[in-house]
Ligand binder design. Structure first.
Ligand code: CAA
Ligand code: NAD
Length: 305
């Protein structure tokens, strides 16, 4: 009875705080950042700052958002006036100070690299208002390590979306060692406002839930290619029809990005087991050659067509 009473009070307090989440900032306008931005502005109705380091990356991200909104309008899932309003709620910028000036909630979506993420979190901690929550869309990196770059580890949390963010329903919420209950509650409420389902990863464990299962499976598919067991099309067909995956693993690798996948395997090796999680050499070779998948038009498949 008492527990329920206090939990109701906490819930109400969080809802008051949630109402105060008016502005959200997304750092990185790439594959994930553009989708997160779109859903924040379209489904949740937030004003969103979108920050990247070069105008060309902002332009690519905004181009992807316009394409996606166009698809929704074409299918009569969204009115043109609503699509126009979504674009008005998105404020692209190259200026971190501006992106942080009056933000309530940040979602970082820069490449999967601990040093880069720590540098950005230190900068965000310096510039964002003290009440702002700083979340990371990392695929595998420890939230506690990222949080150690800030003076607000209680307000740092993992908020892991899935690609394409416009379609995929899940957000994994990851607790760092010092993440507060209130922060977790607010992330849950923001995710719900974005129309997502959430799961809580109680431990800050590498790859959380989904990637701990998915990435070794994708790596195994690369081994099949490397050992010339089957052609890419047949590996994809086998897993699509044999396991009912919507996309085969080789296509999914091109979709996720081979650089991101390689970075995740490196985190697994460092944090868990060097041998068990070693990437198939073909993955490293592809990344070295700049064949990163759909985003560079060349991966295991040729996406120029
Ligand atoms: N915006 C708007 N609509 C979009 C869209 C976007 N960005 N992307 C796809 N769509 C729409 C399409 O227009 C289409 O709509 P209709 O059904 O109304 O025609 C619908 O989504 C399906 O798309 P397609 O017909 O082009 O292709 P599909 O049937 O293969 O579906 C898919 C595409 C939803 C991506 C599906 O293939 C899929 O679910 N693939 C697996 C994705 C997945 O596993 N993601 C997780 C990756 S792991 C990860 O993200 C975590 C990590 O840390 C690495
Ligand atoms: P991406 O390479 O497509 O995009 C990253 C963006 O960050 C680029 O536009 C880049 O210019 C920008 N960037 C780099 N440094 C920056 C800085 N200092 N400030 C602002 N922007 C900067 O990568 P992505 O696939 O969107 O991945 C981003 C994060 O999301 C990674 O941590 C990744 O592991 C995670 N993630 C990826 C997927 C996926 O399927 N690709 C799924 C879930 C999570």
């Amino acid at each position: 009875m008492n527990n329920r009473f206090f939990s109701n009070i906490l819930h109400s307090l969080c809802e008051v705080t949630l109402l105060e989440v008016k502005k959200v900032s997304v750092i990185g306008a790439g594959l994930m950042g553009h989708g997160i931005t779109q859903v924040l502005a379209q489904v949740a109705g937030y004003e969103v700052y979108l920050k990247d380091i070069k105008q060309e990356f902002i332009d690519t991200g905004m181009g992807r958002i316009k394409w996606s909104l166009g698809k929704l309008v074409e299918k009569e899932k969204l009115a043109q006036t609503d699509a126009d309003a979504v674009l008005k709620r998105i404020h692209p910028t190259l200026d971190m100070k501006k992106a942080m000036s009056d933000t309530d909630f940040v979602i970082e979506a820069v490449p999967e690299n601990l040093d880069l993420k720590k540098k950005i979190f230190a900068e965000m901690d310096e510039l964002a208002p003290s009440h702002a929550i700083l979340s990371s869309n990392t695929s595998s990196i420890s939230i506690s390590r990222i949080a150690s770059a800030t003076k607000r580890p209680d307000k740092v949390v993992g908020m892991h979306f899935f690609n394409p963010v416009q379609i995929m329903k899940l957000v994994e919420i990851i607790r760092g060692e010092n993440t507060s209950d209130e922060t977790v509650k607010i992330v849950e409420l923001v995710s719900q406002k974005m129309g997502k389902e959430t799961v809580l990863c109680k431990k800050d464990s590498p790859g959380f839930i989904v990637n701990r299962v998915l990435v070794p499976a994708l790596n195994e598919a690369i081994w099949l290619l490397q050992e010339d067991v089957a052609e890419p099309e047949d590996i994809d067909k086998a897993i699509k029809l044999g396991l009912n995956w919507p996309m085969g693993p080789i296509t999914l690798l091109d979709y996720v990005g081979l650089d991101t996948t390689l970075s995740i395997t490196k985190v697994f090796q460092k944090e868990m087991d060097e041998h068990k999680y070693a990437a198939a050499p073909l993955l490293g070779k592809m990344v070295k050659e700049g064949k990163l998948g759909r985003k560079t038009k060349q991966g295991f498949y040729d996406w120029n067509k």
